[in-house]
Design a binder for this molecule. Sequence first.
Ligand SMILES: [Zn+2]
Length: 184
Amino acid sequence: MSWYTINSNRGKPLLVVDNYIHRIDRNNGNNEYYKCIDNCGGRAILRSQTTAIISKIHHHPTHGAELARRGFRETLKEKVVSNPTKSVPQNFHEVRRSLVSSGIKGCTTSEVEDAVPVYTSVRSSSYRKRMKLVPKLPTKLSELILENEWRSTNDRKDFLLGNYFFMTNLRPFLDHGPLLKYKT
Ligand SMILES: [Zn+2]
């Protein structure tokens, strides 16, 4: 039987066996006992973290559609976190394109296609994730520290974005500041 673990939205481990998702029920030494996330009576056992079996059958189709939905959201989250300078819609469209062409583990093509959320349903959570990674606007000059990707264009040239007020007021400092370079 094929099995792997994933994390629930609350960070709890879930056991996936043959595309059925289970949550932990109890453990006993080397064995962990799991039950179906839908409480259908289906159960699974993970032995010594090496083999997993379904010990009681499920009375419904697999959780392929659910796995596809989770897979999409997880991939989008990782993408936003690793590319915070990219726009949220752009990250969304790239994830959609790549998952529809490469698929999600344990899911059929139609399950993946059906799992693609409408953009508006993931927009606010993606923006919240991104907000945490984007530097805050400084209130004093000493807080004005921009590093790495915030200071270069995609082809790695020095770059600093500023409005007229920012540039005219800060230019004297920027000329002599060790932290910043800018292009005119
Ligand atoms: Zn079940």
